[in-house]
Each structure stands twice: as structure tokens, then as C-alpha cells.
Design a protein around this ligand. Structure first.
Ligand SMILES: NC(=O)c1ccc[n+]([C@@H]2O[C@H](COP(=O)([O-])OP(=O)(O)OC[C@H]3O[C@@H](n4cnc5c(N)ncnc54)[C@H](O)[C@@H]3O)[C@@H](O)[C@H]2O)c1
Length: 294
């Protein structure tokens, strides 16, 4: 079971030395090749964790793991298709094979639309430009919604989160260990934003899944929390900022007047992952620059 937080230990001569917050822990980060997931992987490594970077994108994922090792950390890369049950089980098995145990899971793998591929700016540019041109027929984003697009967003964002949580929880229970799971939702979990319903519905599902899992897994000592970022500087929002209409709405709704950085989300994830949050479960925290103050 989770023990209360300890932030320092004494050395042999009774002097205090700060303990790193994830010393001796293993953390799996889905979507760890880029953006928020990569920032979590880097931050957690610097707090002492062994890292499993899991992602669809192999070259970027290997580079992320190599950068952690070059920085003095321990990391492996595992290829993951988030929507596939077997792939999620293999990811957790690979973590146990490499590091012996698992302690922390962050589910940052996600897509903003069915055709999203992190780093493919051209595809996003076409999509957001077309959306801006249809601004005078807003109902079309619902009435003309492509059902395959909807299914892929739900498969990756919601079912993918469920499958990773399932595989992680099963292994933690088998190993009789406590653990911390952090899901990545969005402000869109509670604000429908604008445009196609797929993304907000998937993130609302992630939030409800988080609360359900928090209650279900509390008796076995597993905490489950969610983060609902506002607009963050990653591949996912890079092209949005080029479209004046969209950028204006984003900045207008963000009192701090800028997008957040992936590190600012990783800081929240670190708190939730660590024993400092030992009495926090079923919670949603918004690093969003004040989006919900309106
Ligand atoms: N950037 C934002 O403003 C923002 C805001 C709120 C929530 N989020 C959420 O944060 C998470 C991370 O997004 P990001 O902004 O860092 O974007 P990103 O594109 O930089 O990172 C997403 C990562 O997920 C991976 N991924 C996508 N589909 C996958 C799949 N099927 N299997 C395995 N990996 C897959 C991508 O390859 C990529 O490395 C997502 O869930 C996103 O919805 C982002």
C-alpha cells in the first residue's frame, strides 16, 4: 500500500540529503516519443525513475530513450499501438523484464483527430484550414462527422487509456505492489470546445474512466488521477496557432495569455506520480493558464 510521503533521508553521519521523488521506481509513459509524454519521461528520469518510453513512432521513441540515457538515466523504448490489447500487455511485460517492477504509468498517447500523426504538420494544416473555412456552418462538424474518424479517436484516446490502465493494474496486483496511474485528459473533458465531438467525448470518457478506476483500484493501493491540460506547445497544437481564428479563441480563453509548455504539465504529473500525492486519487488537475476562470 502507498506509504506517506518521505522527501529526505539521512546519510551515515546523520546529515539530511534530499531523496529524489521517484527513486527506485519504474515509470511507463505512453506517447513518450513527443510532447507532454516525452517531457514526463525526461522529468521522471531526473527524479530517479527508470523509464519505459512507449509509442507508435519508433525513431522518435528510440531518440527519447537514448536522450534519457545520455543524461545519465535508465530508459528503454517499446513500440506501442495504444488501441491494441496485446500491445499494451507486451509494454508492461517489457517494463518488468527490463527493470523488475512497475510503479507509475502515464497515458499520454493521444490524437486530436482520426488522421493525426504527431509531427505531420501538413495534414493538420489542411484540416484546420478547412475547419476555419466552414466556420459559418458549425453544425456540419456534427452532421457530417466521419464515423471512421470518430472511431479512431475513441479507440486511441479512450480505449487506449483503458487498455494501458488494465495491463498496468493487473501486473501491480500480481506483484502485490501499490502504484500511481496518471491519465492525460484535457480541458475538453469538461468543456466541449468547438468542432467535431470526437476529441471532447474521448477526453470526457478518460476522466470518467479515471474516477471509476480510482474507486475500483483504491482497495489494492493503486491511485489513479487525471491531468486536463489547456493549450500546450506540442506538435498537436503547432498548426492551430497558424490559423488566426483558432489562435484568437485559444488566447482569448487563456488568462495567462500564452500556451503552456510540456514541462509545466510534467510537473503536475510528477506530483501525482510521487508519494507526495499519497492521499490524492480520483482527481483532475488543470494546468491550463486559467481556462476555467471565466
Ligand atoms: N497539446 C495540448 O494542447 C494538449 C492539451 C490537452 C491534452 N493533450 C493530450 O496530451 C496527450 C499528449 O499530446 P501532445 O500534445 O504531447 O501531442 P504529441 O503529438 O506531441 O504527442 C502524442 C504522442 O502520442 C503518440 N501516439 C498517438 N497515437 C498513438 C497510438 N495509437 N499508439 C501509441 N502512441 C500513439 C504519438 O506518436 C505522439 O508521440 C494527448 O493525449 C493529448 O490529447 C494535449
Amino acid at each position: 500500500m502507498t506509504e506517506p510521503a518521505t522527501t529526505s533521508t539521512t546519510d551515515g553521519r546523520g546529515r539530511y540529503r534530499s531523496a529524489m521523488r521517484l527513486d527506485d521506481k519504474t515509470a511507463i509513459i505512453t506517447g513518450g516519443s513527443n510532447g507532454i509524454g516525452r517531457a514526463c519521461a525526461t522529468r521522471f528520469s531526473r527524479e530517479g525513475a527508470s523509464i519505459v518510453v512507449a509509442d507508435l513512432l519508433v525513431d522518435e521513441g528510440r531518440a527519447a530513450a537514448a536522450a534519457i540515457e545520455a543524461d545519465g538515466g535508465r530508459a528503454i523504448f517499446v513500440e506501442l499501438e495504444a488501441s491494441d490489447p496485446e500491445s499494451n500487455r507486451a509494454m508492461v511485460d517489457a517494463a518488468v523484464d527490463a527493470f523488475g517492477t512497475v510503479d507509475v504509468l502515464v497515458t499520454a498517447a493521444g490524437i486530436s483527430h482520426g488522421g493525426y500523426l504527431s509531427g505531420d504538420a501538413e495534414a493538420d494544416r489542411k484540416r484546420y484550414t478547412a475547419a476555419a473555412e466552414r466556420a459559418d456552418t458549425p453544425a456540419a462538424s456534427l452532421t457530417e462527422l466521419d464515423i471512421d474518424d470518430w472511431r479512431r479517436v475513441l479507440d486511441v484516446n479512450l480505449t487506449g487509456t483503458l487498455l494501458a490502465v488494465q495491463a498496468m493494474a493487473k501486473t501491480l496486483i500480481d506483484q502485490d505492489r501499490s502504484g500511481s496511474i496518471v491519465t492525460i485528459a484535457s480541458i475538453a473533458a469538461v468543456d466541449p470546445l468547438w468542432g467535431a465531438p470526437s476529441y471532447p467525448v474521448s477526453k470526457a470518457g478518460v476522466w470518467m474512466l479515471t474516477k471509476n478506476a480510482a474507486r475500483t483500484l483504491a482497495p489494492v493501493g493503486i491511485r489513479v488521477n487525471s491531468i486536463g491540460p489547456g493549450f500546450i506547445e506540442t506538435n498537436m497544437t503547432a498548426v492551430m496557432s497558424e490559423v488566426e481564428e483558432i489562435h484568437g479563441v485559444v488566447m482569448g480563453g487563456t488568462p495567462l495569455g500564452r500556451k503552456g509548455t510540456p514541462d509545466e504539465v510534467a510537473n503536475v504529473a510528477l506530483f501525482l506520480a510521487s508519494d507526495e500525492a499519497s492521499f490524492v486519487t480520483g482527481e483532475l488537475i488543470h494546468p491550463d493558464g486559467g481556462w476555467f476562470t471565466g
